[in-house]
Ligand binder design. Structure first.
Ligand code: SF4
Ligand code: SF4
Length: 208
């Protein structure tokens, strides 16, 4: 068990709803769910998931911490916003789904091989370095995210496409050694710092 997960188990004991309200983006909305099932019925993928949104919210209130945080389901949300548009209680369901996925990942409970988790972490790490995505570095890291052999095979299969992009001046190999960033890197740092501060204040509010 990761240190953070252990600390949260001890901190919230049997109150998983309180833990979600304090630590998950828009998590304080979960208590407003009236279990009508409209979100799950509207979700184009819900029938194929282990736990569609309405079920996840019920499980949170029932204290099923491990089952919720290790679920694959919230990682498969495509942000189509069907559920939000139809929820009679106006819950920000999409944001809660992503918030749950992010929190599970921070605790080390998300499924390790979940492809969206792998992509999301690589995308974020790439983005925050300079405030702009370095597509070449991101692409290469995705090729190799499932191992060296698969990476080589994928890179070779994509080589003609890459050559074509270079010819058309849509891709420069030199991007790999630097790449563009935002002009105001200090401003970017300030935004990220402020976002962390807002999160910390929210956690402190629920724990006071
Ligand atoms: S549509 Fe809204 S109120 Fe109904 S189950 Fe889904 S989240 Fe709950
Ligand atoms: S936003 Fe996500 S949870 Fe909501 S309907 Fe679309 S895929 Fe389903």
């Amino acid at each position: 068990m990761s240190n953070m997960n252990q600390a949260m188990v001890e901190k919230y004991r049997n109150d998983f709803l309180k833990e979600v309200k304090a630590n998950v983006e828009e998590g304080d909305w979960v208590q407003m769910c009236m279990q009508c099932g409209v979100c799950s019925g509207s979700c184009p993928f819900g029938p194929y998931w282990d736990h569609p949104p309405q079920e996840l919210f019920m499980m949170i209130r029932a204290g099923k911490r491990e089952e919720v945080l290790s679920s694959n389901s919230m990682w498969m949300c495509t942000s189509c916003y069907n559920c939000i548009a139809r929820c009679p209680r106006e819950l920000p369901i999409t944001h809660i789904m992503h918030g749950l996925a992010h929190y599970a990942d921070r605790l080390g409970l998300a499924p390790k091989e979940q492809p969206t988790r792998k992509f999301a972490n690589r995308f974020w790490d790439n983005l925050v370095k300079k405030g702009r995505v370095n597509e070449l570095k991101l692409g290469v890291s995705l090729y190799f995210m499932n191992g060296f052999i698969e990476g080589i095979k994928t890179a070779m299969a994509a080589a003609p496409l890459g050559m074509g992009m270079m010819k058309a001046k849509r891709l420069s190999p030199m991007e790999y050694f630097g790449g563009h960033g935002v002009k105001d890197s200090k401003g970017l740092d300030a935004i990220l710092k402020k976002a962390r501060q807002i999160e910390d204040e929210k956690i402190a509010k629920y724990n006071s």
